[in-house]
Design a protein around this ligand. Sequence first.
Ligand code: PAF
Length: 287
Amino acid sequence: MEYLTSPQEMQYWANEQRRVGRTVAFVPTMGYFHQGHLKLMEYGRSRADRLVVSLFVNPLQFGPGEDFARYPRDEKRDQALAQMAGVDVLFLPAPEDLYPVHFQTYVTVEKVTQGLCGASRPGHFRGVATVVAKLFNLVKPHWAIFGLKDYQQYVVIRQMVRDLNLDLEVVGRPTIRENDGLAMSSRNVYLSPQERGSALSLSAALKTAQERCRAGEHRAAILLDEVVRRISGQPDTRLDYARIVDPETLEGVEFIKDPAVLILAAWVGKTRLIDNGFLGGYPDCPA
Ligand code: PAF
């Protein structure tokens, strides 16, 4: 595995792959790898001649008072895991290389960033879209692979790629869960044992809504009522939002007749968790 840190080296490597006709898959990450990241890498490995993983905790996507400073980091462990996953290049840029002093260009995706996490975390998706656009220009992948746990992020990136005619395909892959249903996330490490118990209400509520929808309850308000009750009833837990939305536009749906996504975010103690699942007689994941 090669370690690259400078944007210039990364771009040179990418140009070289294109020149000799090799395909490249790319998994952008903020590190602190778990099974979810490793599954994305495994998929990327199987899809292309070369696999690039970036590890960069992007300051631009964290708001004031969010967890940028304490975001979990363990570069040595990540390097070992990436090596075992068959990664060809681990790209570890420094913040000052991606955002030099006079940096002043940002990518704003409009409608699909306005609600849900975009409403609770102003500026977050501008930070995500900007860094991902830069990484795409450096890695020049044929496929960029994202976990569907961050469903809104996936929609935002797909929209950006379409709108800017970026020459790559965005691939969404299923959420990986712990045995008890908790969606894997680097932030799960913040949870105390009691909070972890409360956090299970997110996946449990999603599962119940999926089952009720399959059994014929297609009214969004009824399904959401139970989700709200179930999550808000947990100790130390505050629901941020729970909505049933169109998978493309992220606009609210009142009656589920086409595929829809139940998407939610909740604070458990000081940790903000997100989760989602498909409803409407469709597989839990479109990928
Ligand atoms: O999903 C993440 O880990 C980040 O938002 C991403 C896509 C790597 C951009 O910083």
